[in-house]
Design a protein around this ligand. Sequence first.
Ligand code: GDG
Length: 455
Amino acid sequence: MTGQHKGPDLNRLIIVANRVPNPRERGATAGGLAVALREAIAHRQALWFGWSGQTAEATAAAPAETRQGRLTYATLDLGEEDYRRYYRGFANATLWPTLHYRLGLAQFSREDYIGYRKVNAAFAAALAPLLRPSDLVWAHDFHLFPLGSELRRQGCRQRLGFFLHVPFPPYGLFSALPRSGELITDLAAYDVIGVQTEDDAANLRAALIAENQPEAATRVAAYPIGINAEGFTALAERAILGQETARFRQSLVGRALVIGVDRLDYTKGLPQRFCGYGQLLARFRQHLSRVTYLQVAPVSRGDVAEYRSLRKELDEWVGRINGQQAEPDWVPLRYMTRAVSRPTLAGFMRLARVGLVTPLRDGMNLVAKEYVAAQDPEDPGALVLSRFAGAAPQLPGALLVNPLDPDEIAEALDQALTMPREERLARWRPMAEEGRASGARAWCLSFIAALEGGG
Ligand code: GDG
């Protein structure tokens, strides 16, 4: 990175993503993507294109545009039927579980698949007229596998990039999905095909080769996403002095805090994690009444059946653990399904002795990186991390666990809670350095450099 930006000479960047952040809401509930992209594109002309988050009778043919400085947002409302088939159906109930290695949870319906392709074609038809010849197009995530080939069908000759935020499983698993060959072939329309980790890259290359796209396989590379670590550290430093963190700290009355922050999703391993915490209290009795675990789990995709049953299961776990272990003056597990503001989250993470991040599979997992960035450099906490998070190879100081094994989680929690300060420092320092060096901006710039043909 040179640190210089040439402003007007830079090619305009077109970000295409299922959801476009609302320009007026600066992020109480911002997801991983919005968090990572915002400042990284601050010095370019950019167009952010995608679904408005609203439904209408029929999918709009032309987008509504809002300008904010150099950034234009262009959004389409989705027709009710398209929303059900494309978003709730094929994207969330078919592709999401499959890409997270959960074939048993995947539903397949031919109508949903057709709806998914139809919305990708509608996005391409609405976007193509807005494109200038030198634009760079960067499509995000599993909602948009076919977008590149649909843009080519519209006659677009721009450089097209695709980044998959979630894992890509081994071909043997992915190919069990009906029509998976078409989806893999669609990816060959992109000039740059990015994934989070080397494992994902190897899986996707093998899939492209198996589907007779060996040349496209050479365009696959890993671009591990990062966060704005300095920004998050500053947020945590400010928040720790604020009223909300002070109130929360008081409520802990000196007990060690374990924190978990995840969208309420079955990939995040929450039942196993709660069970692991229950095992900690049952097996390592010295922690009784000395530890509090706060799990923030804002509800997502509440209209998909698996998410509703997960919520019920977690309610039961919380009731069981607190019912069995609580004292009149101690609630071992505090659980909230409301989102909290980002500064509040940063303050709570800084306060926590342990960050507990145990997804069953995760493309990257930004929470693990946020936890590291939020720590006090004089007295950092310890991170317990799933070995199946894409972030694991980048966070060697974490205590890695198999998230399916509650006993292993309990043992790691005990180790983290009793870890001497010297060891916490030695584990944390290199992770914090790595987090600053490979942040959101570096991630964006390296992908864009590849898209420009220079990377
Ligand atoms: C996908 C991939 C990949 C969560 N609760 C609250 C809140 N959050 C924020 C976190 C973090 C973000 O949401 C979640 O990011 P993750 O990376 O953990 O997970 P996904 O949403 O599944 O994201 C993932 C990511 O894309 C980027 O490529 O890492 O693997 O699945 O920033 O802090 N933020 C606020 N309140 C909450 O209650 N403010």
